[in-house]
Write a protein that binds this ligand. Sequence first.
Ligand SMILES: O=C(O)c1ccccc1N[C@@H]1O[C@H](COP(=O)(O)O)[C@@H](O)[C@H]1O
Length: 224
Amino acid sequence: MSLLVKICGLSTRETLQTALEAGADMVGFVFFPPSPRHLSLELGRELGRQVKGRALKVALTVDADDATLDNIMDALSPDIFQLHGKESVARLRDIKQKYGRPVMKALPVETAADLAVLPGYAAVADRILFDARPPKDATRPGGLGAPFDWHLLQNLELALPYMVSGGLHAGNIAEAVRLTRAGGVDVSSGVESAPGVKDPEMIKAFIRAARATQELSVRELSVR
Ligand SMILES: O=C(O)c1ccccc1N[C@@H]1O[C@H](COP(=O)(O)O)[C@@H](O)[C@H]1O
């Protein structure tokens, strides 16, 4: 069972190349102006071309309207939309239908009560991303480098594929995956030297740690 690794918020040719060569399964591009990782459509087009099918291109948006999604489709032609705002279940359905792309819905988690919305979204989304709920005064709903309590997902039964994010880094992936049994990990701040500045060595270390975690899980399964 391969653990999916998503490196999010890539914004330079060099760090995108590092992520691709190190074996990222998904590369994320942020289209949200308040974010330090926000990409212009032109840069999104250029970076999208560089991917050349070596990883899935993920377009991260936050409550984007159709005109914005139209532009992103034209520039990046993403393989997946990551919806990281307060998009409703009906909005997810509309986006899937209009753009013909899978959607990954990010759900903010702080307490067990946050999981109450899961069945509604799981009926429409193709994948769920559990992320830390941002503080009330945050300027963006993610990419803040803070984890949530992974024990909250310990007894989760979800048929849909899911990933975890929020404050992950090379040193804590193993524990996050052990507790949540997620099929994928998503990182932004944990591979940066400053907000929005990706560090090639940290990207490589994160992907190495994810692959080691995967090996560990396979070995644990085979001795059971
Ligand atoms: O990265 C951002 O700036 C961002 C902006 C708006 C919504 C989500 C954003 N990032 C996503 O947040 C999670 C957690 O990131 P981190 O590793 O804690 O920094 C991840 O899914 C990013 O893709």
